[in-house]
Design a protein around this ligand. Structure first.
Ligand SMILES: CC(=O)SCCNC(=O)CCNC(=O)[C@H](O)C(C)(C)COP(=O)(O)OP(=O)(O)OC[C@H]1O[C@@H](n2cnc3c(N)ncnc32)[C@H](O)[C@@H]1OP(=O)(O)O
Length: 263
């Protein structure tokens, strides 16, 4: 199966707006790279870019990060690298279909990525495998996709509960969902997830989206906290029977109203 239920189209007007998002600089308490309790940064935050992905090589790097984040295999598994590559290839094809506007039921879809220069990733704790699989070249500079998500303008995502807002006519262009939200585990708690969600709100606003949604598994505390911190509020629960039928943890649906966009 393709990763998550993200459908959609990479718009042809896909603009790579180098995002100068303000990323928080604050103590890191749960960093996977070290046990420092004081203010530490594992890369120069001024080199971080959060923007819509603009090239196939960047989408490939994002697909590799998604496979790394959402699939967990035993390191001893036979043919592990080949299997990961196969999953990334399928995800890339699905991403291109969505972003290219070929997925039925979706108006626009954008893959938004957080990237930093490869030269910023020097810690021995960050694996070579991560750097090589999530690397891409942008105008002669090697960069690494360290976080990624999809913004999907649509009424609903396949196999997911549907948002209630906006009411009446217009939901097909004024409602959007986030999906495939992930950050490289080595760089968790650096504000990257927050920056990705903040950028997606700006893009959604440009698209005229009034109501932004995200589904999250009830037991995914880090993601729930990220969305709550980003201003999302609870809207409804997936019925237990549906989660059982789909053989996965039950989801909740969270809502965020985009300021200044009214139908
Ligand atoms: C729609 C979907 O895609 S749902 C699936 C979500 N994705 C996943 O579960 C994949 C695996 N997890 C991840 O990739 C990451 O943990 C994410 C994306 C959930 C969070 O990314 P990060 O870059 O680590 O989040 P970020 O540093 O921006 O944290 C923002 C806030 O989220 C909350 N948060 C994030 N991680 C945690 C955690 N492990 N424990 C508690 N709170 C957390 C905190 O409130 C944090 O703010 P603070 O650091 O000021 O306290």
């Amino acid at each position: 199966m393709a990763l998550l239920s993200s459908p959609h189209p990479l718009p042809t007007q896909f603009s790579a707006s180098p995002a100068s998002l303000c990323v928080r600089r604050r103590p890191i308490t749960a960093c996977q790279l070290c046990t420092h309790k004081q203010s530490v940064r594992h890369f120069d935050q001024s080199t971080l870019t959060v923007a819509e992905g603009s090239s196939e090589s960047e989408l490939w790097a994002a697909a590799c990060l998604r496979v790394r984040s959402f699939y967990h295999f035993k390191p001893s598994m036979f043919g592990l690298q080949d299997h990961r590559r196969y999953l990334a290839e399928r995800e890339l094809e699905a991403m291109k279909e969505r972003v290219g506007g070929k997925r039925k039921g979706f108006r626009k879809v954008s893959c938004i990525n957080a990237t930093i220069p490869l030269s910023q990733i020097s810690s021995p704790s960050v694996s070579d495998d991560f750097c090589s699989s999530c690397k891409f070249n942008n105008n002669g500079e090697d960069r690494v996709v360290v976080g990624t998500l999809d913004l999907n303008q649509c009424v609903s995502l396949p196999d997911e509960i549907t948002g209630n807002r906006p009411e009446g006519i217009g939901a097909d262009f004024a409602r959007a969902y986030l999906s495939n939200v992930c950050v490289a585990k080595e760089l968790h708690r650096n504000g990257l997830g927050y920056a990705l969600v903040a950028k997606s709100k700006l893009v959604a606003q440009e698209w005229g989206i009034s109501d932004l949604y995200v589904h999250v598994a009830v037991d995914n505390e880090p993601a729930k906290k990220l969305y709550m911190k980003s201003g999302f509020v609870y809207e409804k629960d997936e019925p237990a029977w549906q989660a059982r039928f789909l053989d996965r943890p039950r989801r909740i649906l969270l809502w965020f109203g985009i300021p200044g966009v009214q139908l």
